[in-house]
Write a protein of this length. Structure first.
Length: 111
């Protein structure tokens, strides 16, 4: 017997993953257009996009019932987490690089 708390927690989990995937794909598209995010990271944004497509079209019955789609859908969750991890590394490297460049005093750099 399923309790209401289990149903709510599962719905929140699925909704959170879906929102994270939307954020990752949106940021990848913006990064692709502005070239602020590396191209490889923008291409990796395809994995969360599959989760959005399968999460939208699957319940409507518009996707074939194949086991490989389930595997790709679950892999897209880990792909989204990987995308966030790589984005964090890219942003940290850029922030440390910019602070190192600004720490150099131009007056003493010539001496």
């Amino acid at each position: 017997m399923t309790s209401a708390a289990q149903v709510v927690s599962q719905a929140l989990l699925i909704g959170g993953i879906y929102a994270l995937c939307l954020w990752a794909v949106g940021l990848s598209l913006i990064g692709l257009r502005t070239k602020v995010i590396p191209l490889a990271l923008c291409v990796l944004g395809v994995l969360p996009a599959f989760r959005i497509v399968s999460g939208t079209l699957g319940p409507l019955g518009l996707l074939p019932d194949a086991g490989v789609l389930w595997v790709i859908s679950i892999a897209s969750i880990f792909g989204t987490i990987l995308w966030c991890l790589i984005l964090g590394i890219v942003l940290l490297r850029r922030s440390f690089g910019s602070t190192a460049e600004s720490a150099v005093d131009p007056a003493t750099a010539d001496a």
